[in-house]
Ligand binder design. Structure first.
Ligand SMILES: Nc1ncnc2c1ncn2[C@@H]1O[C@H](COP(=O)(O)OP(=O)(O)OP(=O)(O)O)[C@@H](O)[C@H]1O
Length: 270
């Protein structure tokens, strides 16, 4: 069954929501123990302006968590905190057991970050890009291993030796994911991953994300796309004005109910 931590507006009720989220975490103790991304009582302010307010959520191995919210809800700020660009004002953010701000290099080797537009070098081919970024990370892979990664993400073979400036967004994303696979990064942070993709490319991307999760990756995506989040996530956290105001879990072998999430999203405007 889809579970939903109720949404409410007042500060009293907000603390209730935080308690319910923690209770949910405790109920789910084995998942919590395997959590790879742990966001614990995270608050972040800029010049006394509270941007993130007491966020609590975990992403375990094999989970796809969508942080869903409207413009200005705090999605990018949360991602930046996980990447170590923002230091929490309060609370903690851990990746693979380590506090992000104290173990930046470790965290970045464990994490594959896909920005909304994958930033690879346009004049280099997909293979050259992958070889270049692997060499920066001091990782050696054979041509066969690179071919296997391209095949795994279904990047068509005819494009492997073409400059990336000839690629569609979907192909650039596949290349970025192939690179992450070769880096053996167990954690994926995806920023609006399907915006600008056509429906076929979205299906392919979602399939790839599910396969990565099945292989044990932890995936956190931020998005304002209710439908897209429901298509692929095991759990959705609804972010509004810097607060996590609801969580939705997918039923076993099923999907999160789009209408339910949409209704919560639309309440007061997420
Ligand atoms: N450097 C900054 N200085 C001041 N305010 C900031 C700064 N960065 C973010 N904010 C504010 O924090 C809030 C959250 O911003 P954030 O970019 O995280 O939202 P978002 O959910 O990613 O939005 P969008 O979907 O529009 O990209 C916004 O009100 C934004 O104006």
């Amino acid at each position: 069954m889809t579970t939903h931590v109720p949404v409410n507006n007042t500060s009293n009720n907000d603390s209730t929501i935080a308690k319910q989220s923690n209770a949910q975490k405790n109920d789910n103790n084995s998942a919590t123990q395997k959590a790879i991304i742990e966001v614990d009582s995270l608050s972040f302010s800029i010049k006394n302006n509270a941007i993130l307010k007491n966020l609590n959520f975990n992403v375990g191995s094999g989970e796809i968590y969508a942080l869903l919210g409207g413009n200005g809800a705090g999605k990018s700020t949360t991602l930046k905190t996980l990447l170590g660009f923002n230091k929490p004002t309060q609370g903690s953010v851990k990746v693979a057991g380590k506090e992000v701000s104290k173990a930046l290099d470790f965290v970045r080797t464990k994490t594959a970050y896909l920005p909304e537009s994958a930033t690879l070098y346009p004049h280099l081919t997909a293979r050259e890009n992958v070889e270049y970024f692997l060499s920066l990370a001091d990782i050696n892979k054979t041509d066969e291993q690179i071919n296997a990664a391209f095949n795994r993400v279904a990047l068509q073979e005819g494009a492997w030796e073409r400059p990336m400036q000839t690629y569609s967004k979907g192909m650039r994303q596949k290349t970025a994911i192939a690179l992450a696979i070769l880096r053996e990064a167990p954690i994926f942070l995806l920023d609006e991953p399907t915006s600008g993709l056509d429906p076929v490319a979205i299906d392919e991307f979602n399939q790839l994300v599910r396969e990565l999760a099945l292989a044990g990756a932890s995936i956190l995506m931020v998005t304002h796309d209710v439908y897209g989040a429901c298509q692929v996530a095991n759990r959705i956290g609804l972010l509004r004005a810097g607060e996590l105001v609801g969580e939705f879990d997918a039923p076993e072998n099923g999907r999160i109910d789009t209408e339910q999430v949409h209704a919560a999203f639309a309440q007061r405007g997420a």
